[in-house]
Design a protein around this ligand. Structure first.
Ligand code: NAP
Length: 504
């Protein structure tokens, strides 16, 4: 089945065209024309979402689970067409799009099962104590309630799993919140076909159409209008630090500020402890090269930094990393802008004092080849910019003088999505010193593995202190993500006949 995008917005069940359009910039195939949204389109979608909340926000968990499962079914029914348009627009390989589709439908179904279980409601009850002295205690019940319409921004590097029907949309719909998505201009056709799958599921489940809207745009005014709209109660954002920070500031500056759950970039440092480095530095280097270059390095969990203690084992690790990275050929990046930002990041590092270029390769247009740099612990500690994300397959080896300097580097880190320890049993004592530092820095601390490939499950935390995310109490992957779109309400002495269904 070949999919031909019509280029319209989906607003509360209707496909709506704008007077102005923009062209997609696919990696392969012809560009297509898409409606350019306006603040007026945003207003219409937000009003429809608010109206829909009065039914959807009070629906049963079984009704919402049925919708989530129906969306997964409708996505699967369009599987081949989604892969076709997704690969054209992003340049990502077919197998990646197929895998990401499975992850996307899997997380929709996981949220369906999660809300049916009901644990997420965190129901609490302090029974009345009418005879308590000196004061009686009232009857108090707590339950989590949906917050109302939310805005969702997806990222270019996950056109399915972090986009139109991605984790944020799944979590919000599971919670009972209508969603208005700002479509990503790097994959507008993929966004359209997924929106059609959601529209079909909404229709078959008899849910209010305002529960979901998609506004296409490649200009900032749509996103800005969306996060500032008075009917929007929270924002789920995945993307760059610059974009996320700008929208976060707008949310904070609103007359009624709202939470902005931004999942931003990270350099995901790996600490190679001495015994492991000596015993299996070559294997770690090979594994690192694979993780670093997978998908042209366009993963938020890409492990960009390797910290090793200076010496012969560090030399061997460096040689093995060069050998593993050298044969990796050019890969297509998601957009021209990301490719040129990648080369600008390379140039910035190459021009930094005390940074040595270990692997010279050249790439142009929308391509990326791996780059590898090395610096010392002292240079790292003196130059904060060395810790900034370069989105793409670029690695930096930080050679520290000793264990004490390794700890200083750990302490210098900004917030991260992940930190990794490569360690053997002989490294336990150093690991014990690093662990209390790293758990203050990252949402996920891991041992002897690579952080790409984030499991979608109950225990996952995909977030972390700023700038990894703008809200360290949250995650954007895994079922705990639902908490972002819920608000605890306490019901004091409220008759059972007035309580929300989830409390009876
Ligand atoms: P992006 O350029 O920030 O774009 C994300 C979305 O935000 C787009 O819809 C974009 O729309 C909009 N946007 C950006 N700046 C804006 C502004 N100032 N005002 C209004 N809207 C704005 O990010 P990306 O290139 O798609 O994604 C790559 C980044 O995402 C990488 O840094 C990666 O590390 C990060 N990422 C993080 C995670 C995570 O979970 N932490 C997951 C995947 C990716 P317009 O282009 O139309 O402005």
């Amino acid at each position: 089945m070949t999919f031909q995008a019509h280029g319209k917005h989906l607003i509360a069940g209707d496909w709506v065209a704008s007077a102005t359009t923009f062209n997609s910039e696919p990696a392969h195939g012809p560009a297509q024309s898409f409606s350019l949204g306006t603040p007026g389109d945003v207003d219409r979608a937000c009003n429809a979402a608010e109206e829909a909340f009065w039914s959807y926000g009070y629906s049963t968990r079984a009704e919402r689970a049925a919708l989530l499962n129906a969306i997964a079914d409708e996505i699967e029914a369009r599987g081949d067409a989604i892969t076709e348009i997704g690969t054209q627009e992003t340049g990502l390989p077919e197998a990646r799009l197929q895998g990401e589709r499975g992850r996307t439908t899997g997380q929709l179904r996981l949220f369906a099962a999660h809300i049916l279980n009901g644990d997420y409601l965190d129901r609490r009850h302090d029974a009345a104590q009418p005879d308590r002295a000196p004061l009686p205690r009232p009857d108090l019940k707590l339950v989590q309630r949906p917050i109302g319409p939310v805005a969702v921004f997806g990222a270019s590097n996950f056109p399915l799993a972090f986009s139109t029907a991605g984790g944020d949309t799944a979590a919000a719909l599971a919670a009972g919140c209508p969603v208005v998505v700002k479509g990503h201009p790097a994959h507008p056709g993929t966004g359209e076909i997924i929106a059609e799958a959601i529209r079909a599921a909404i229709a078959s489940c008899g849910v209010a159409p305002g529960v979901f809207s998609l506004i296409q745009s490649n200009t900032r005014d749509v996103g800005e209008a969306l996060v500032q709209h008075p009917l929007i109660n929270a924002v789920g954002f995945t993307g760059s630090l610059g974009g996320g920070r700008a929208l976060f500031d707008l949310c904070a500056a609103r007359p009624v500020p709202i939470p902005f759950f931004g999942e931003l970039g990270s350099v995901n440092p790996m600490f190679l402890l001495p015994t492991a480095l000596q015993a299996r530095g070559g294997d770690i280097a090979t594994g690192w090269a694979g993780s670093l270059t997978m998908g042209a390095g366009q993963f938020c969990t890409n492990p960009g930094i390797a910290i090793v203690i200076d010496g012969a084992d560090a030399d061997a690790f460096t040689r093995a990393a060069i050998n593993a990275l050298e044969p990796v050929g050019a890969q297509t990046m998601l957009t021209d802008g990301i490719a040129s930002a990648y080369r600008a990041g390379r140039d910035r590092l190459a021009a930094s004092a005390g940074v040595q270029e270990l692997l010279t390769s050249s790439c142009d247009q929308r391509n990326a080849t791996p780059y590898l740099f090395a610096t010392t612990g002292a240079e790292w500690l003196a130059n904060h910019a060395l810790g900034e994300e370069v989105f793409g397959p670029l690695g930096l080896i930080v050679r520290v003088a000793d264990e004490a300097e390794m700890l200083k580097v750990a302490q210098s880190l900004e917030g991260q999505l992940t930190c990794t320890l490569h360690m053997d049993s002989g490294d336990t004592s150093l690991g014990q010193k690093l662990m209390p530092v790293l758990e203050r820095k990252a949402g996920r601390v891991m041992a002897n593995g690579f952080p790409t490939g984030v499991e979608v499950c109950e225990a996952m935390v995909h977030g972390g202190p700023y700038p990894a995310s703008t809200n360290f109490g949250a995650t954007s992957v895994g079922t705990f993500a639902i908490r972002r779109f819920l608000r605890p309400v306490c019901y004091q002495n409220i008759p059972d006949s007035l309580l929300p269904g989830d409390l009876d």
